[in-house]
Design a protein around this ligand. Structure first.
Ligand code: MRU
Length: 343
């Protein structure tokens, strides 16, 4: 079909984002100028996906700094952006990085540019995991609009499609907000990927019937032991995949690894409004006052992950060792500049 959608644009100091809530029906860009507008875009999931939230917030901090002379007011605004969503560690990582820089705008642009080259490296490292024509199940949305670059888990599959490997992507609809149905299926169409949409509850049946060769998902935060927070439903998929001896891969940049936490028990899990579950497409689907449990993410134990695909390579168990090695790797920009000087 056509090329990838662009999640975040920054031109002449103006920050614009694709409002993902309107997809797939409408491609609508909005401008974010104020702290309220930046925070609202993140909280409402107009801008979403762990790396993309980081890229957007990086620009947001630069925009706020340019418009705020008062240091205390700026610090308060930056703290609000940093904590807009709690689970994806990329958000705090990107905000801290830009805050520490002398030229915040330049740093935000660097965060965005690096995301593209990181995504490209993840795609290159992940592709060999899949045979030609592999049937690969994915959950939530991890394509270009989830990173501001080329995508992580779905980025691997888009690259596989470009390389002629013709993957078949099985798209979990991803209740309650349908990131799979609305966003992943759309990105598959735009990339020319053959895809099948299914309700989340169909995964067990699909695996039992031999329709799934592998699972690949993204991540919002990964602990030192490989425990992985990702969209609610991922843990269930991982258990199912293990039961059916199907490998489950997690594709994520180094910025999604939280080297300060030993296990997933320390990952804060965002709980969202009951209305996301009690209504559907603007229509009430549960009795008035229904009590709801609506965690946005769950934690998959590291032992259920066959491998992590990162920009630095594929990490295999034991994760305590391979993730510690990742922690010690030089910053991506340093690696890129060494490669550039060799070229
Ligand atoms: O609530 P969302 O839509 O931001 O959740 C997104 C996910 O869970 C993604 O899998 C994750 O952020 C990785 S995006 C490359």
């Amino acid at each position: 079909m056509s090329e990838a959608l662009e999640a975040v644009r920054f031109e002449d100091g103006s920050l614009q984002y694709l409002d993902q809530r309107f997809l797939p029906a409408e491609i609508r860009y909005e401008r974010a100028r104020t702290c309220d507008e930046i925070v609202d875009a993140i909280v409402s999931l107009a801008v979403r996906g762990a790396p993309c939230i980081g890229v957007f917030a990086a620009y947001g901090i630069a925009v706020l700094r340019a418009g705020e002379r008062d240091d205390r007011a700026f610090a308060a605004a930056a703290a609000r952006v940093r904590s807009a969503r709690p689970t994806a560690v990329n958000l705090a990582w990107a905000v801290d990085r830009v805050l520490a820089a002398e030229d915040m705008t330049r740093e935000a642009i660097a965060v965005h540019e690096e995301q593209r080259s990181i995504d490209a490296a993840i795609a290159g490292n992940g592709m060999p995991l899949f045979a030609k024509g592999a049937r690969v199940l994915t959950h939530c949305n991890t394509g270009p609009i989830a990173t501001g670059g080329y995508g992580t888990a779905l980025g691997v599959l888009i690259a596989a499609q470009r390389a002629g490997l013709a993957p078949h992507v099985i798209v979990d609809e991803t209740r309650p907000l349908l990131q799979g149905a609305r966003l992943t299926y759309l990105e598959c169409l735009r990339a020319g990927i053959d895809a099948t949409l299914q309700v989340d509850g169909a995964a067990a049946m699909a695996m039992a019937r031999g329709r799934v060769d592998a699972v690949i998902v993204g991540a919002d935060r990964i602990a030192r032991n490989g425990d992985t927070a990702n969209k609610i439903g991922t843990y269930g998929l991982a258990v199912l995949a293990a039961h059916h001896s199907i490998p489950l891969y997690v594709a994520a940049p180094r910025s999604t690894f939280d080297f300060t936490i030993a296990s997933g028990a320390e990952i804060p899990i965002e709980e969202r409004a009951a209305s996301e579950v009690t209504s559907f497409g603007g229509r009430q689907v549960a009795p008035e006052g229904a009590r709801v449990f609506n965690p946005a993410f769950d934690v998959t134990p590291g032992h259920l992950v066959a491998a992590f695909v990162t920009e630095y390579g594929v990490l295999r168990p034991p994760y305590a060792e391979s993730i510690a090695t990742l922690a010690g790797r030089p910053h991506w920009s340093a690696i890129r500049s060494v490669e550039g000087s060799r070229a």
